[in-house]
Write a protein that binds this ligand. Structure first.
Ligand code: ROI
Length: 165
């Protein structure tokens, strides 16, 4: 079993509902166990500013899926939400990014783990610190120290963490 952390983001149509529905699909999947999620956060767009604000969260779960099969699963869920991606760093109906898989480093054409943007994104670091305050990245940096030093860029909590029972 591997412990995975993923980032969820959306800023079109009904972003909070898209994230809740993606979490429900993960929870229902037979290869996903012990799903946990951070609060839902409201964030300012990184990249072009002429797009709506985002809803972001970070979730953790255990899976026996190999990394590329996990990527396939997440991409299927994105597509089920009619994923729109009109331009690079433009708005999206649902984005599911693999952030971390155990302490592994993966450098594949389709998949880089840890996600190369983690340390620069307050909408990843702060929700990650909420659910995994004691975690260190494979490069040795602690999530807690990253969360304390990153500018918050007006990140705020929008809704409490969904719970799965
Ligand atoms: N900006 C925010 N705030 N949240 C995201 O999830 C997000 N995702 C992206 C880009 C376009 C980089 N900007 C984002 O892919």
């Amino acid at each position: 079993m591997a412990k995975c952390y993923i980032g969820l983001g959306a800023n079109l149509q009904q972003p909070a509902e898209a994230i809740a529905s993606a979490l429900a699909k993960l929870h229902a999947h037979s290869d996903v166990s012990n799903l946990q999620c951070s609060s839902l956060y409201h964030s300012k767009p990184m990249g072009p500013q002429d797009q709506p604000d985002y809803v972001n969260a970070v979730a953790a779960f255990e899976t026996k899926l190999e990394p590329l099969l996990l990527l396939d699963l997440l991409q299927t869920i994105e597509q089920e939400h009619g994923r729109l991606r009109e331009r690079y760093w433009g708005p999206r109906t649902l984005d599911l990014d693999i952030l971390l898989i155990d302490n592994r480093t993966i450098d594949n054409e389709r998949l880089k783990v840890p996600h190369p943007g983690i340390e620069l994104r307050e909408f990843v670091v702060i929700p990650l610190a909420e659910i995994a305050p004691e975690l260190d990245l494979p490069n040795g940096k602690s999530v807690k120290s990253l969360a304390l030093s990153i500018p918050d860029n007006e990140l705020r909590i929008l809704a409490p963490a969904p719970s799965f029972t």
